[in-house]
Design a protein around this ligand. Structure first.
Ligand SMILES: [Zn+2]
Length: 389
């Protein structure tokens, strides 16, 4: 979220949206604008339907001031969280409340257009279920399990969705609905979703996603840190000590963390042990929940390997919070990662570190991508344009 301190309507709106100011007097104090100018800004935002008066605030002496809040029910956002083998499509209001969602099978090795068409059809169904017309959609967000170039919004040499490199996801979806489309890496979206809804006071948070693949997202001061080329946190393809026992990774290399410790790799190891119907990270998670000793042992070994890499991550980023999510997130994985990571890290980097399982689960991705869409749709420039019309 932008926290710059301009005084135009777009900045005043941002203060109200983020809850930093809820009355005209607070806006006046925060901006240094005159009472009359603040009144004009607020009137313009009210007339544009962006904010509303929501009752009277507690009195500080004298008449109680009218409270201002963002209008969150004037439109909806379609959020699509694409995973390697399934996808969640959700409909959220502008206040990030999930109205309706659907989980559908997906396969990122298929051509992008086919997968996006399936996501569009699922979006139509959730819109119908929630009773919203397509015209009510103000933006679309898509999270993807691969690095997204922040300059183009396109996947940049994704290791496990090779057919998607440089594909114009936004363009394809805009042939359906002509609204702004935000595309972001899934772990990055989850990092920002967790930071904004569960850890608003964390200045630095790392989200570790362990599903069919492995990735990390870094959020700093409420913003995604994507890296210069979109590759920050793409830890699944870091080479680990001892390698991957010669196993070839989905990216084509050997020795990657994901080739030995990802849900996809564990599923393969289980198939080699005779578990012929274990296909996905979800299948592995189900075995772990049921206490299957082979699956539990493989999770412990995976956690140890992931912990080695996370020791490097926490030493470089020194986050306040690490959140672990994805299909394989479990207390067993968490404790294996902690016991491997902590002894390998500088005491300073872990002394105050919170490391927890995601409380939002799959919703972290939907909430995260939605909040990035809201940032875009209600950017300072767009709001200034809206009120000047
Ligand atoms: Zn790899």
């Amino acid at each position: 979220m932008e926290r710059s301190s301009g005084t135009d309507p777009g900045h005043v709106f941002a203060m109200i949206r983020q809850g930093r100011c809820t009355t005209r007097a607070e806006i006046q104090a925060a901006t240094g604008l005159s009472r009359i100018t603040v009144g004009q800004r607020v009137d313009a935002l009210l007339a544009a339907g962006l904010i509303r008066e929501s009752g009277r605030a507690a009195s500080t002496g004298g008449r109680r001031p009218l409270q201002l809040e963002m209008v969150t029910d004037s439109g909806v956002i379609v959020a699509m969280a694409l995973n390697t083998r399934h996808a969640m499509v959700g409909l959220l209001d502008l206040g990030m409340n999930l109205l309706c969602s659907e989980d559908i099978p997906a396969d990122v090795s298929r051509p992008p257009a086919e997968t996006l068409d399936d996501l569009r059809e699922a979006s139509r169904r959730v819109l119908a279920k929630a009773g919203w017309p397509e015209a009510g959609v103000v933006g679309i967000g898509v999270s993807v399990p691969g690095p997204v170039d922040p300059r183009t919004g396109r996947l940049n040499e994704p290791p496990i969705m090779t057919g998607w490199h440089d594909y114009d996801i936004a363009g394809r979806l805009q042939t359906w609905l002509p609204v702004p489309v935000t595309v972001e890496n899934d772990a990055n979206a989850m990092a920002v979703g967790e930071m904004r809804s569960a850890y608003p006071d964390a200045p630095a948070l790392v989200f570790l996603k362990v599903s069919t693949g492995i990735g990390a997202g870094i959020a700093l001061n409420g913003q995604v840190w994507p890296g210069y080329d979109g590759g920050a946190g793409d830890i699944g393809h870091m080479r680990v000590d001892g390698g991957s026992d010669g196993r070839v990774c989905s990216c084509g290399a050997t020795g990657c963390l994901a080739a030995t410790a990802s849900g996809g790799a564990i599923a393969q190891q289980l198939r080699e042990k005779g578990y012929s119907d274990v296909r996905s990270a979800r299948d592995v998670a189900e075995l772990v929940r049921g206490g299957d000793p082979e699956a539990v042992a493989l999770i412990a070994a995976a956690g140890e390997r992931i912990g080695e890499v996370m020791a490097a991550v926490v030493c470089i980023v020194n986050p306040q919070t690490v959140v672990i999510g994805g299909d394989l997130a479990s207390p067993a994985l968490l404790s294996a990662i902690i016991s491997s990571m902590v002894p390998r890290s500088m005491p300073r980097a872990t002394r105050n570190l919170r490391i927890e399982l995601s409380s939002l689960g799959e919703e972290a991705g939907l909430e995260g991508i939605t909040s990035l869409v809201v940032d875009d749709v209600y950017s300072v420039d767009r709001v200034n344009q809206a009120v000047s019309r």
